[in-house]
Ligand binder design. Structure first.
Ligand SMILES: [Zn+2]
Length: 280
Protein backbone atom coordinates (compact mmCIF):
# COMPACT_ATOMS: atom_id res chain seq x y z
CA UNK A 1 0.00 0.00 0.00
CA UNK A 2 1.56 3.30 -1.07
CA UNK A 3 -0.91 6.14 -0.56
CA UNK A 4 -4.62 6.82 -1.03
CA UNK A 5 -4.24 6.91 -4.83
CA UNK A 6 -1.81 4.05 -5.43
CA UNK A 7 -1.58 0.44 -4.33
CA UNK A 8 1.24 -2.05 -4.78
CA UNK A 9 0.29 -5.60 -5.72
CA UNK A 10 2.28 -8.77 -5.64
CA UNK A 11 1.39 -10.75 -8.79
CA UNK A 12 2.23 -14.43 -9.26
CA UNK A 13 3.73 -15.25 -12.67
CA UNK A 14 4.46 -18.96 -12.90
CA UNK A 15 7.02 -19.61 -10.22
CA UNK A 16 8.04 -16.03 -9.37
CA UNK A 17 6.35 -12.86 -8.20
CA UNK A 18 6.46 -9.41 -9.67
CA UNK A 19 5.25 -6.15 -8.15
CA UNK A 20 2.78 -3.94 -9.97
CA UNK A 21 1.82 -0.42 -9.01
CA UNK A 22 -1.88 0.33 -9.55
CA UNK A 23 -3.32 3.85 -9.81
CA UNK A 24 -6.89 4.16 -8.54
CA UNK A 25 -9.64 6.05 -10.38
CA UNK A 26 -10.68 7.68 -7.11
CA UNK A 27 -8.91 7.90 -3.76
CA UNK A 28 -9.97 5.34 -1.20
CA UNK A 29 -10.65 5.99 2.43
CA UNK A 30 -11.38 3.83 5.45
CA UNK A 31 -14.57 4.83 7.30
CA UNK A 32 -14.08 5.73 10.96
CA UNK A 33 -14.25 2.71 13.24
CA UNK A 34 -13.02 0.26 10.58
CA UNK A 35 -9.63 -1.25 9.82
CA UNK A 36 -8.65 -2.26 6.29
CA UNK A 37 -7.42 -5.71 5.37
CA UNK A 38 -5.16 -6.62 2.49
CA UNK A 39 -6.50 -5.40 -0.90
CA UNK A 40 -6.91 -7.87 -3.77
CA UNK A 41 -7.26 -7.36 -7.52
CA UNK A 42 -10.33 -8.95 -9.07
CA UNK A 43 -10.77 -9.29 -12.83
CA UNK A 44 -14.22 -8.23 -14.04
CA UNK A 45 -15.86 -8.19 -17.45
CA UNK A 46 -15.01 -4.54 -18.04
CA UNK A 47 -11.62 -4.34 -16.33
CA UNK A 48 -10.14 -4.75 -12.90
CA UNK A 49 -11.56 -3.97 -9.50
CA UNK A 50 -9.70 -3.46 -6.24
CA UNK A 51 -11.40 -5.13 -3.29
CA UNK A 52 -10.47 -3.94 0.17
CA UNK A 53 -11.95 -5.89 3.08
CA UNK A 54 -13.06 -3.72 6.01
CA UNK A 55 -13.20 -4.95 9.58
CA UNK A 56 -15.33 -3.30 12.19
CA UNK A 57 -13.24 -2.54 15.22
CA UNK A 58 -14.72 -3.67 18.50
CA UNK A 59 -16.94 -1.15 20.24
CA UNK A 60 -16.62 -1.12 23.99
CA UNK A 61 -19.15 1.65 24.57
CA UNK A 62 -22.21 -0.45 23.70
CA UNK A 63 -24.43 -1.14 26.70
CA UNK A 64 -26.71 -4.18 26.79
CA UNK A 65 -30.43 -3.68 26.14
CA UNK A 66 -31.38 -4.43 29.75
CA UNK A 67 -29.20 -1.55 30.97
CA UNK A 68 -30.44 0.85 28.29
CA UNK A 69 -34.08 0.06 29.08
CA UNK A 70 -33.62 1.27 32.68
CA UNK A 71 -33.40 4.79 31.29
CA UNK A 72 -36.83 6.42 31.33
CA UNK A 73 -35.83 8.70 28.44
CA UNK A 74 -34.93 5.74 26.22
CA UNK A 75 -36.18 5.86 22.65
CA UNK A 76 -36.46 2.80 20.46
CA UNK A 77 -37.14 2.34 16.77
CA UNK A 78 -39.53 -0.53 15.95
CA UNK A 79 -39.52 -1.92 12.39
CA UNK A 80 -42.00 -4.05 10.52
CA UNK A 81 -40.69 -5.47 7.24
CA UNK A 82 -43.28 -6.21 4.59
CA UNK A 83 -43.74 -6.83 0.89
CA UNK A 84 -45.76 -3.80 -0.20
CA UNK A 85 -43.70 -1.68 2.12
CA UNK A 86 -40.05 -2.56 2.55
CA UNK A 87 -40.32 -1.17 6.03
CA UNK A 88 -42.60 0.72 8.36
CA UNK A 89 -40.78 2.34 11.26
CA UNK A 90 -41.92 4.07 14.42
CA UNK A 91 -39.87 5.88 17.01
CA UNK A 92 -41.30 5.12 20.46
CA UNK A 93 -40.60 6.42 23.93
CA UNK A 94 -40.45 4.39 27.17
CA UNK A 95 -44.24 4.60 27.48
CA UNK A 96 -44.91 3.37 23.97
CA UNK A 97 -45.94 6.75 22.60
CA UNK A 98 -45.17 7.10 18.91
CA UNK A 99 -42.97 10.15 18.27
CA UNK A 100 -42.35 9.64 14.54
CA UNK A 101 -43.40 7.30 11.73
CA UNK A 102 -41.86 6.55 8.36
CA UNK A 103 -42.86 4.25 5.51
CA UNK A 104 -40.45 2.97 2.86
CA UNK A 105 -42.47 1.91 -0.17
CA UNK A 106 -41.51 -1.31 -1.91
CA UNK A 107 -44.08 -1.38 -4.70
CA UNK A 108 -41.70 -0.29 -7.45
CA UNK A 109 -38.91 -2.73 -6.53
CA UNK A 110 -41.32 -5.59 -6.03
CA UNK A 111 -42.72 -4.97 -9.52
CA UNK A 112 -39.25 -4.98 -11.08
CA UNK A 113 -38.28 -8.12 -9.20
CA UNK A 114 -41.44 -9.81 -10.39
CA UNK A 115 -40.72 -8.87 -14.00
CA UNK A 116 -37.28 -10.44 -13.88
CA UNK A 117 -38.68 -13.55 -12.26
CA UNK A 118 -41.40 -13.88 -14.86
CA UNK A 119 -38.74 -13.82 -17.56
CA UNK A 120 -36.77 -16.50 -15.76
CA UNK A 121 -39.88 -18.67 -15.46
CA UNK A 122 -40.63 -18.17 -19.15
CA UNK A 123 -37.13 -19.23 -20.11
CA UNK A 124 -37.57 -22.29 -17.97
CA UNK A 125 -40.88 -23.20 -19.60
CA UNK A 126 -39.50 -22.80 -23.10
CA UNK A 127 -36.45 -24.93 -22.53
CA UNK A 128 -37.56 -27.28 -19.77
CA UNK A 129 -34.29 -26.60 -18.02
CA UNK A 130 -33.98 -25.17 -14.57
CA UNK A 131 -32.30 -21.90 -15.48
CA UNK A 132 -30.61 -21.21 -12.17
CA UNK A 133 -27.24 -22.54 -13.19
CA UNK A 134 -27.62 -21.86 -16.91
CA UNK A 135 -25.61 -19.14 -18.52
CA UNK A 136 -28.48 -17.67 -20.55
CA UNK A 137 -30.45 -16.96 -17.41
CA UNK A 138 -27.45 -16.00 -15.33
CA UNK A 139 -27.63 -12.33 -16.29
CA UNK A 140 -31.22 -12.22 -15.12
CA UNK A 141 -30.39 -13.89 -11.83
CA UNK A 142 -27.52 -11.47 -11.33
CA UNK A 143 -29.92 -8.59 -11.86
CA UNK A 144 -32.31 -9.97 -9.28
CA UNK A 145 -29.47 -10.51 -6.81
CA UNK A 146 -28.15 -6.99 -7.33
CA UNK A 147 -31.63 -5.61 -6.86
CA UNK A 148 -32.00 -7.49 -3.58
CA UNK A 149 -28.61 -6.24 -2.37
CA UNK A 150 -29.39 -2.65 -3.36
CA UNK A 151 -32.75 -2.69 -1.62
CA UNK A 152 -31.24 -4.14 1.54
CA UNK A 153 -28.50 -1.51 1.58
CA UNK A 154 -30.86 1.41 1.01
CA UNK A 155 -33.50 0.27 3.48
CA UNK A 156 -31.01 -0.59 6.24
CA UNK A 157 -29.31 2.79 5.72
CA UNK A 158 -32.63 4.59 6.16
CA UNK A 159 -33.54 2.57 9.27
CA UNK A 160 -30.25 3.40 10.97
CA UNK A 161 -30.38 7.06 9.91
CA UNK A 162 -33.89 7.49 11.30
CA UNK A 163 -32.83 5.89 14.60
CA UNK A 164 -29.80 8.19 14.84
CA UNK A 165 -31.86 11.25 13.90
CA UNK A 166 -34.24 10.66 16.82
CA UNK A 167 -31.65 9.48 19.31
CA UNK A 168 -33.01 5.92 19.40
CA UNK A 169 -30.47 3.61 21.04
CA UNK A 170 -32.17 0.33 20.12
CA UNK A 171 -33.67 -0.93 16.85
CA UNK A 172 -36.23 -3.72 17.29
CA UNK A 173 -37.24 -6.16 14.54
CA UNK A 174 -39.38 -9.25 14.77
CA UNK A 175 -37.91 -12.66 13.98
CA UNK A 176 -38.78 -13.80 10.46
CA UNK A 177 -41.82 -16.04 10.39
CA UNK A 178 -41.28 -19.44 8.79
CA UNK A 179 -41.58 -19.26 5.03
CA UNK A 180 -44.83 -20.98 4.11
CA UNK A 181 -45.24 -22.00 0.49
CA UNK A 182 -48.17 -20.10 -0.94
CA UNK A 183 -50.52 -20.80 -3.79
CA UNK A 184 -50.19 -18.87 -7.01
CA UNK A 185 -48.01 -18.75 -10.08
CA UNK A 186 -44.44 -19.91 -9.97
CA UNK A 187 -43.07 -16.39 -10.28
CA UNK A 188 -45.39 -15.27 -7.48
CA UNK A 189 -43.91 -17.95 -5.22
CA UNK A 190 -40.38 -17.04 -6.25
CA UNK A 191 -41.14 -13.40 -5.52
CA UNK A 192 -42.37 -14.45 -2.09
CA UNK A 193 -39.14 -16.31 -1.48
CA UNK A 194 -37.08 -13.35 -2.60
CA UNK A 195 -39.08 -11.09 -0.31
CA UNK A 196 -38.02 -13.36 2.53
CA UNK A 197 -34.44 -13.13 1.35
CA UNK A 198 -34.63 -9.30 1.23
CA UNK A 199 -35.93 -9.20 4.81
CA UNK A 200 -33.06 -11.34 6.05
CA UNK A 201 -30.56 -9.11 4.30
CA UNK A 202 -32.12 -5.90 5.64
CA UNK A 203 -31.79 -7.25 9.18
CA UNK A 204 -28.17 -8.29 8.61
CA UNK A 205 -27.12 -4.98 7.07
CA UNK A 206 -28.98 -2.96 9.69
CA UNK A 207 -27.12 -4.86 12.38
CA UNK A 208 -23.67 -3.89 11.20
CA UNK A 209 -24.57 -0.33 10.17
CA UNK A 210 -26.20 0.24 13.57
CA UNK A 211 -23.28 -1.25 15.47
CA UNK A 212 -21.05 1.23 13.76
CA UNK A 213 -23.15 4.09 15.17
CA UNK A 214 -23.43 2.66 18.67
CA UNK A 215 -27.01 1.46 18.24
CA UNK A 216 -27.96 -2.08 19.17
CA UNK A 217 -30.36 -4.32 17.24
CA UNK A 218 -32.77 -6.77 18.90
CA UNK A 219 -35.57 -9.07 17.79
CA UNK A 220 -38.85 -10.15 19.32
CA UNK A 221 -41.13 -13.11 18.68
CA UNK A 222 -43.50 -12.27 15.78
CA UNK A 223 -46.44 -14.08 17.34
CA UNK A 224 -49.67 -12.03 17.28
CA UNK A 225 -47.93 -8.75 16.40
CA UNK A 226 -50.54 -8.11 13.71
CA UNK A 227 -53.49 -9.56 15.66
CA UNK A 228 -53.22 -7.87 19.03
CA UNK A 229 -54.77 -4.46 19.64
CA UNK A 230 -52.13 -2.14 21.10
CA UNK A 231 -54.85 -0.09 22.82
CA UNK A 232 -56.92 -2.71 24.65
CA UNK A 233 -54.52 -5.67 24.46
CA UNK A 234 -57.01 -8.21 23.08
CA UNK A 235 -56.55 -10.38 19.99
CA UNK A 236 -59.33 -8.47 18.31
CA UNK A 237 -57.68 -6.91 15.27
CA UNK A 238 -59.35 -7.29 11.89
CA UNK A 239 -57.83 -6.20 8.61
CA UNK A 240 -59.81 -4.36 5.94
CA UNK A 241 -59.73 -1.80 3.17
CA UNK A 242 -62.82 0.23 2.20
CA UNK A 243 -64.13 -0.88 -1.21
CA UNK A 244 -61.92 -4.00 -1.32
CA UNK A 245 -63.56 -7.17 0.05
CA UNK A 246 -60.21 -8.88 0.66
CA UNK A 247 -58.18 -5.79 1.51
CA UNK A 248 -55.73 -6.09 4.40
CA UNK A 249 -54.03 -2.67 4.44
CA UNK A 250 -55.88 -1.16 7.38
CA UNK A 251 -56.61 -2.49 10.85
CA UNK A 252 -59.52 -2.09 13.22
CA UNK A 253 -60.32 -3.44 16.68
CA UNK A 254 -63.69 -5.16 17.22
CA UNK A 255 -63.39 -4.58 20.96
CA UNK A 256 -62.36 -0.98 21.60
CA UNK A 257 -63.25 0.63 18.28
CA UNK A 258 -59.74 1.54 17.16
CA UNK A 259 -59.89 1.86 13.38
CA UNK A 260 -58.35 3.38 10.27
CA UNK A 261 -54.73 2.66 11.23
CA UNK A 262 -52.23 1.10 8.86
CA UNK A 263 -51.81 -2.60 9.70
CA UNK A 264 -48.00 -2.52 9.50
CA UNK A 265 -47.88 0.62 11.66
CA UNK A 266 -49.97 -1.23 14.23
CA UNK A 267 -47.49 -4.14 14.07
CA UNK A 268 -44.58 -1.80 14.92
CA UNK A 269 -46.46 -0.67 18.04
CA UNK A 270 -46.83 -4.29 19.14
CA UNK A 271 -43.17 -5.00 18.38
CA UNK A 272 -42.18 -2.06 20.59
CA UNK A 273 -44.61 -3.17 23.31
CA UNK A 274 -43.26 -6.75 23.32
CA UNK A 275 -39.76 -5.42 23.64
CA UNK A 276 -40.63 -3.11 26.56
CA UNK A 277 -42.46 -5.91 28.39
CA UNK A 278 -39.29 -7.98 28.29
CA UNK A 279 -37.63 -5.48 30.64
CA UNK A 280 -40.63 -4.29 32.67
ZN1 LIG B 1 -58.74 -2.64 20.97
Amino acid sequence: MLDERHLLFKVATGTTYIYRKVALASPWEIPAGYAAGSPTLVQKKNGWEVHIPLFLQERRDLRPAAALMQDKDIRILAVDLGLNHHAVMTIQDAEGRVLATEFISGAKDSHLRKQYLERIVRLQKETGIIPEGERFAKDLWDKVKNLVGDIAHQVSRRIVDLAAQHGAKIIVFEHLKNLRPEKGTRSHRMNQKLGYWVKGRIFQYTQYKALHQGIIVCRVNPRDTSRRCPNCGLLSIERYLPGKPHGVTLAQCSNCGLHGVHADWLATRNIGQKFRLRYA
